[in-house]
Write a protein that binds this ligand. Structure first.
Ligand SMILES: *[C@@H]1O[C@H](CO)[C@@H](O)[C@H](O)[C@H]1NC(C)=O
Length: 342
């Protein structure tokens, strides 16, 4: 037994947090720094440049977790990106992008999935906490069947493998982990209306507790080829899907915090929505988008929220945007009710 566990351990794909060992600082000179013996990484943006880092390893499927504390104060115009990407013209990519805002105004979490060079699958969310006050965990689960985006272990988005109906799915190209902090004030905040205030520079984001339970790729081979690994404990991600509680959480996020969903943007797809939007049950469709359904599967079943907001929200169906006041008013209530209902 001991021998066996030593053997399994030697094949372990998990890599704990040592930024020095796992990442290269790729741009921004001294603006990217690894501190505290590899435990903490900081990125800085000033008027001259942003900064970024990249994983030394390449991965083909896995679960990647990173704790991030985003740029505090007036972060309008800044974007902090955390993503997986392959190389080359027909690259695959799985994105988290955090769009900054004026002090007190909410960040937007922008997500996207690229396959063979084509993205256009954006979903955006507000968060149910202030991401600049503390570290929070942002995770990507990537297996053969689906991609799950999680925030503090709460699923905010699922992109299913729907190759059976002709939707490409990233599964052949190994990816590295990337992160960067840069100026994007031509689009990031309120669509580019709010510009970066350079008098507040330098802007800083913080990273810690990186973890990868993943198959690494080197010399054209995955280290997961070994069957041994299939029995290892840390391989939950390989078949991870949403259970009932996961689906309830996802619905809660999509109902109260979703800002934009490409699947609901009919103006953008006059020829018909992308195929994955027609089939997916996990993704809100225009029929229900923005309108809380008072069904028995609601995470806030019987709560005041369902009845209170089913009326006022209907008016916003056309623009698929929640007004700021609505989000602020409901966010705290929704959080309270949600956590009580778990
Ligand atoms: C910034 O705040 C404004 C006003 O509350 C809001 O409309 C917007 O969605 C927020 N986020 C970004 C990234 O623009």
């Amino acid at each position: 037994m001991l021998l066996l566990s030593i053997f399994v351990a030697s094949f372990s794909v998990a890599s704990a947090s040592d930024f020095q060992r796992e990442f290269d600082l790729t741009w921004g000179d001294q603006r990217a720094q690894i501190l505290n013996g590899g435990e903490l990484l900081t990125l800085t943006l000033d008027k001259a440049s942003g900064s970024g880092f990249r994983s030394k390893r390449e991965y083909l499927f896995g679960r990647i977790d990173m704790q991030i504390k985003l740029v505090a104060g007036n972060s309008a115009g800044t974007v902090t990106a955390f993503y997986l990407s392959s190389e080359g013209p027909n690259h695959d990519e799985i994105d988290f992008e955090f769009l900054g805002n004026l002090s007190g105004d909410p960040y937007i979490v922008h997500t996207n999935v690229y396959c063979q060079g084509k993205g256009d699958r954006e979903q955006q969310f507000y968060l149910w906490f202030d991401p600049t006050e503390n570290f929070h965990t942002y995770s990507i689960v990537w297996n053969q069947q689906r991609i799950i985006f999680l925030v503090d272990n709460i699923p905010i988005r699922v992109f299913n493998n729907e190759e059976s109906i002709g939707v490409p799915f990233p599964k052949n190209q190994p990816m590295r982990i990337y992160s960067s902090l840069w100026d994007a004030d031509n689009w990031a905040t309120r669509g580019g209306l709010v510009k970066t205030d350079w008098s507040k520079a330098p802007f800083k984001a913080y990273y810690r507790n990186f973890n990868a339970n993943a198959c690494t790729w080197s010399n054209a081979e995955s280290n997961c080829a070994s069957q041994m690994l299939n029995s290892a404990r840390n391989n939950v991600w390989r078949t991870q899907a949403l259970d009932a509680s996961g689906r309830r959480r996802l619905r809660w996020v999509q109902r109260y915090f979703m800002v934009y969903n490409y699947c609901a943007d009919l103006k953008r797809f006059p020829q018909g929505r992308p195929r994955e939007c027609r089939h997916s049950r996990e993704i809100s469709t225009p029929q229900n988008f923005g309108v809380p359904r008072s069904t028995s599967t609601s995470p806030c079943q019987g709560s005041v929220i369902d009845t209170w907001f089913s009326g006022p929200m209907e008016g916003y169906l056309d623009i698929y945007m929640y007004p700021r006041s609505f989000v602020v008013a409901t966010a705290e209530l929704a959080v309270a009710v949600f956590f009580l209902s778990l």
